[in-house]
Every structure is written in C-alpha cells, then in structure tokens.
Design a protein around this ligand. Structure first.
Ligand SMILES: C[S@@+](CC[C@H](N)C(=O)[O-])C[C@H]1O[C@@H](n2cnc3c(N)ncnc32)[C@H](O)[C@@H]1O
Length: 378
C-alpha cells in the first residue's frame, strides 16, 4: 500500500484559492479531557483531502463490487456481446428498471468494465471477462463473492470478536464446509475457485517434472491444476483425491482436458489416506482452510506417502514480511470470514513442514501474488 501523501504532497485543488495555514490561531479547547494529539488536520487548519479521499475510496469499494455483481446477475456482458447495446434494449432483455440500469451502466463505464459508444455501451476488456464463454469465466467468481461471501463479510465484526464462528456461519447459519455438501453449491463454488485460478498456468514451468512419473493432487477440487500440469507434460500420469461429491466434477474436467488413460479420480478423506503411488504430490489451497493442528495431520499423511526422492508442491498465497502485497492479506482475513482458515508467512510454512519431517526447498512466484512452495523429505 502506498503511504498517504504528507501535507506537502497534497495535490493542488483546481479552482480553489490557496488557503494559508493560520499559525498563531489558538486551538479550540479539548473538551474530551483527552491529551492533545498531533493531528495534521488541526495543525494545518484544513482537512487532509488525500486522507479523506483514501478512506472514501476504501469505504465505497464494496459498492463497486456490488455494482459488478449486479452486472453479472443481469447478464449484461452476454447481452452486450449479443448486440443489445442501448439502455432500452438492455432494460427489456434483463427486466431491470431503465433509469436504474442507465445509472449502473454509467458507473460500470467509470469503473473500466464498459466503454461508451455513440449508440450505447460496449464491453471493455475487463467486461469481456464476464461473458459466460470467457476463459476464465470471471462471472462465476463475481457471483459467489458478491452474494455468499459479501454476506459473510457483513458479519466481520462478530466474526472478529469470536474467531471460533466464521462470518459465513453468522450470515448463513451453517459452515462453508457443510454448505458445500449440497452438490449444487459445491459446483457453484468450484466454478468460482476455477475462475480465479490463472496462476495454475505457471505451475508446469515452475518445477522440473522431467524425471517424474505420477502426480497426486491431494484435495484437488475441480481438477484444474492437475489438468494443467498433465496437459503440459504428456509423460505424466495423475491421481486426484477428493471428497465423494466433488469426484464427478473433477472426473468430467480431466476427461475433457486429457481424454482417457492418464488419470484417475479417487474418493477419499485425505486426512485418513493419501495415495503412495506418486512421486510428486500437489497441495493447492488446502492448508489455508485448516488450523495448524489439522495441517499437521494432513502433512504427516503426505510425508508418509512420499518416496525418498518425492516432492510436495504447495500452492498458497504467502503473507509477506512487510505487507508489500495486498492479495495475501485480503485472502487471509477472507479465510477467517469464510472457512475459518488462514494464510501463513514463510516461517509458518517452514514450521508446519518441519513438524511433518519435510523441509522447504524452494519458493517460486506465480501470478496474482501466489507462490509455489517446493518441499522435500528431511
Ligand atoms: C479450497 S479448495 C481447493 C481445491 C483445489 N486444490 C484448488 O486449488 O482449486 C479445498 C478442497 O479441499 C477438499 N477437501 C476438504 N476436506 C477434504 C477431505 N477431508 N478429503 C478430501 N478432500 C477434502 C474440498 O472438497 C475442496 O475441493
């Protein structure tokens, strides 16, 4: 995050005369009985506009997210792509109120999602990514973030008071894990996760798979990562292990991407058993969902399954030492709202790995502030 500009950095205010500070003018008495604070606003005698603007931008950020969510729920990207570019045509197609829709379109244009044309609007590149046929289909992510997760974040204060109960539980009356036992919800969430998976494409080149034969994807979700790795390295075979209700989704994806013969999808509880017939194990965005105790159980299972020359590849967002990356910090608090999990810093991963008899061998950077941690048996 950039520092706030200091008083001398403050941008000029066009059209406004300079107001000199008023040295010598006495401060108003402090009626609160609190000690005087060095306050830039009071020192200069005028509000720190950059500071006010920063807070307003942050506080209204959720309104932009909700405007985007509305665009997705109304299917605006697909309607625009189909040539319904005027407000009247879009209102007729979506059932939205024409006045409200015109205002939504205007805001989406200012947000860089749409562009103005002489006869209406068209999709900007960001808007194109919201089309149903986009790859990745970002609408799937916006839908879940704008609905289930938005409501979970609405309970941020109670969730922070009582970290044993997630924002999701406060908002929906059930845990995310139980919610996802419903096959329809499970598919909806796997789609949302897959849409944000663009960093998977970096994994095939971030590790040397040349002399490896079988990749085991532990709690591999939709199969997107395993499919990406196997598609890039045709000599590899793959095994994906998941909860029973996710298995059909993963099998369908891998069948579509790889065809038959190179992969297998198994239903199992990975805290109970992890296949030992591979020489690379993948663990993508799984540790983030669990506390240290459960992570220790899972990593011990994987360690027991790894051959002496095996490697464990962990995909996670690593909390930076100095806060220089925003996404790991956002997702860290999001995990507290959603599943009760957490992002960890590198030392956190080193400690977890060491307890399971594994050592962190290397770290590779992937897209979207995501990392690949390569771990080897001690
Ligand atoms: C956050 S998702 C990550 C999925 C995938 N690895 C990815 O990065 O897209 C966590 C996955 O862990 C799976 N999972 C949770 N508990 C499990 C268990 N006990 N056994 C097998 N899979 C489990 C969930 O079904 C879910 O697909």
């Amino acid at each position: 995050m950039p520092d706030h500009p200091g008083p001398s950095d403050r941008p000029d205010r066009p059209g406004q005369p300079d107001r000199p500070d008023r040295p010598g003018q006495p401060d108003r008495p402090d009626r609160s009985g609190q000690p005087e604070r060095p306050d830039r606003t009071r020192q200069s005698g005028r509000p720190d506009l950059a500071a006010v603007r920063r807070i307003i931008d942050i506080a209204t950020g959720t309104w932009q997210a909700q405007a985007l969510y509305a665009a997705v729920e109304f299917g605006l990207a697909d309607h625009l792509a189909a040539g319904r570019t005027g407000t009247a045509a879009l209102a007729a197609a979506t059932g939205a109120d024409p006045d409200g829709l015109a205002r939504l379109l205007r805001l989406l244009t200012a947000m860089g999602v749409l562009e103005r044309t002489p006869d209406g609007h068209r999709l900007a590149p960001a808007g194109e990514s919201l089309r149903a046929d986009a790859d990745p289909p970002m609408a799937d992510l916006v839908r879940v973030y704008g609905d289930e997760f938005h409501r979970a974040w609405g309970a941020v204060v109670p969730a922070l008071r009582d970290t044993g109960t997630t924002g999701f539980h406060h908002a929906h009356g059930t845990t995310l894990h139980d919610h996802l036992r419903d096959p329809e919800q499970s598919v909806r969430f796997q789609r949302a996760m897959s849409a944000g998976n663009v960093f998977f494409q970096d994994v095939p080149d971030a590790f040397d798979f040349t002399d490896r034969h079988t990749v085991v994807d532990v709690a591999g979700g939709s199969g997107a990562l395993l499919g990406t790795v196997l598609a890039a390295h045709p000599h590899l075979r793959g095994i994906l292990v998941e909860r029973p209700h996710v298995v059909p989704l993963a099998a369908a994806h891998l069948d579509a991407v790889l065809g038959p013969g190179r992969h297998e999808v198994r239903a199992a509880d990975v805290f109970e058993e992890v296949p030992g017939d591979g020489d690379v194990h993948l663990l993508s965005r799984v540790l983030q969902d669990w506390d240290d105790e459960r992570c220790a159980v899972l990593l011990a299972r994987i360690r027991a399954a790894l051959p002496p020359d095996g490697r464990l590849l962990i995909v996670e967002r690593v909390v930076p030492d100095h806060g220089e990356r925003m996404l790991p910090l956002l997702y860290d608090l999001h995990l507290l709202m959603a599943a009760g999990g957490r992002e960890r810093d590198l030392d956190g991963y080193r400690t977890l790995l060491a307890k399971a008899g594994l050592r962190l061998e290397a770290v590779r950077e992937l897209a979207l502030e995501t990392s690949l941690l390569i771990a080897a048996p001690e």
